[in-house]
Design a protein around this ligand. Structure first.
Ligand SMILES: Cc1cc2nc3c(=O)[nH]c(=O)nc-3n(C[C@H](O)[C@H](O)[C@H](O)COP(=O)(O)OP(=O)(O)OC[C@H]3O[C@@H](n4cnc5c(N)ncnc54)[C@H](O)[C@@H]3O)c2cc1C
Length: 452
């Protein structure tokens, strides 16, 4: 064959649109979307997962958040509050030595610090095994809604536009992007809620201490003492250890996260500068542990709270404080109120040991649509209540309930509003009852005893 015959001239003619059909379309591939899509796929549904980012895992991977919070109860012997999907993740992360069970003194609970690359691969394998079709790098551009039914949505991809037609939709976009684009009612706080530019550091030396927590406590102390010299706005930063990888997660900056494309990236630039200064502070002022460390990644700016759906019920801070056990409860939470409402600090209001509060199914179901359920950080809750339930443990629990509600709806109900809460609860019972100890050896390790 001659060389000239190896290519042909082509030219775009009429705009083509790729059509994809599914039973359910999940918009947002963070921990909520991955959980919902995987569980729906396992129920035998044809599922498409759409995300603007070219990776799965949303903020858990792309920021990366670095720590799963809200999975365990609070008190001297924390147990797992959410088990569906969560125990699989913990098994795989533990097996690959890619996580650390960190005893939080502040929250009197256990956090799971993880390697984000390993978590992303675990997510990918689970989605593939469940038969979920991925449409990554796909930004929502339009939603077609006929009265109370969402029919289809359009996304822009680097390969051209795509239309997804489905019978049901899950909004796990974090910013209620699907509901917003569909013209449905949404809710937003009347004051700014700050995000954070997370910095992942590697090459941290944990060998000089008996307990890795000591490195972290000293790092937090040094940050608080010296932050003004380095121009850091936030008073109290938190640092999480991942000793098996020589890594640490610096959650020490505050950055505004407006829902405006230009303003968002202007603020992000300040966040990145501040993140770098925070790292430099630790390198200079705590060289025993950070002297040979380097920045491994500074990903997408972390967005805490922006826009929520208007559901059939808005969870309130009073419900959270009272621990109201709703008739349609589908998730349990013990995480404190953690509202980042000022540039310098945040409200941190832990609950007494053993306290649990609940998320009702109604807060996941959009009031104005029959085939739409939300999960994760865009469910209906006031800003204070949301600041407690938006952490990753409850996100997985809400997503499990969303998947089951959608599966039941697809099984023959005219509206998700008609799906009996009891039927959903029956399927997610392990998440609302029971006290699973995990893993048994963690509960007895001396480093997990409360100190100070
Ligand atoms: C800085 C910071 C620190 C935190 N620390 C912790 C912690 O230590 N422990 C903990 O458990 N939780 C923590 N959280 C909270 C937690 O990380 C999030 O609330 C949680 O990850 C939310 O998951 P999600 O799946 O609901 O949303 P996200 O992870 O935000 O996923 C939403 C996805 O939707 C996609 N999307 C949005 N809009 C569109 C669109 N228009 N088109 C297509 N796709 C779209 C996004 O690309 C994204 O991937 C923290 C949050 C932040 C910001």
């Amino acid at each position: 064959m001659s060389r000239a015959a190896r290519s042909v001239v082509i030219r775009r003619s009429t705009p083509e649109i790729r059509i994809v059909e599914a039973d359910a379309c999940v918009v947002g591939g963070g921990i909520s979307g991955v959980t919902a899509a995987t569980l729906l796929g396992r129920r035998g549904r044809r599922v498409v997962l759409v995300d603007a980012c070219p990776w799965v895992g949303g903020q858990a991977v792309g920021v990366p958040i670095g720590t799963i919070g809200g999975l365990f109860s609070s008190g001297p012997e924390p147990y797992l509050l959410t088990t569906i999907f969560a125990t699989e993740l913990l098994h795989e992360l533990t097996e690959q030595d890619a996580c650390f069970y960190q005893r939080s003194r502040r929250a009197r609970t256990v956090n799971v610090v993880y390697d984000d690359v390993v978590l992303m691969r675990v997510f990918e394998r689970k989605l593939r095994a469940a038969g979920v079709q991925l449409l990554l790098g796909s930004v929502l551009t339009d939603v077609h809604r006929a009265d109370r039914q969402i029919r289809a949505l359009r996304v822009a991809t680097r390969f051209g536009p795509c239309e997804i037609r489905a019978r049901a939709f899950v909004d796990t976009s974090g910013d209620a992007a699907l509901s917003w684009m569909a013209g449905l009612a949404c809710r937003t706080a009347t004051f700014p809620i700050y995000g954070t530019q997370i910095v992942i550091v590697e090459g941290v030396d944990y060998s000089n201490v008996g307990d890795p927590h000591e490195v972290i406590w000293e790092a937090e102390r040094v940050l608080a003492e010296k932050r003004q010299h380095y121009g850091l706005s936030r008073e109290k930063g938190v640092v999480f250890p991942l000793p098996s990888r020589g890594m640490a997660v610096l959650n020490v900056t505050h950055v505004a996260t407006p829902l405006d494309p230009v303003a968002f990236w202007e603020e992000a630039a300040h966040g990145r500068d501040e993140g770098e200064r925070a790292f430099q502070l630790l390198k200079n002022e705590y060289p025993e542990a950070f002297g040979r460390a380097r920045i491994r990644s500074m990903g997408y700016p972390g967005i805490r709270q922006t826009r929520s759906i208007v559901g059939r019920y808005m969870l309130t801070v009073d419900d959270v404080v009272a621990g109201t056990r709703f008739d349609d409860a589908i998730a349990r939470v013990a995480w404190p109120i953690e509202l980042h409402d000022t540039a310098t600090g945040y409200r941190w209001e832990p609950f007494p040991d053993g306290h649990v509060h609940y998320v009702p199914l109604r807060s996941l179901v959009h009031a104005e649509a029959d085939n739409l359920v939300a999960a994760g950080r865009c469910v209906d809750a006031d800003p204070y209540a949301l600041s407690s339930i938006r952490v990753m443990g409850p996100c997985m629990a809400m997503a499990a309930a969303a998947a089951e509600a959608i599966d039941l709806y697809l099984g023959g109900y005219a509206s998700v509003h008609e799906v009996p809460a009891a039927a959903v609860q029956e399927r997610v019972r392990p998440n609302i009852e029971g006290q699973v100890e995990w893993p048994p050896e963690v509960a007895t390790r001396p480093t997990l005893q409360h100190r100070g």
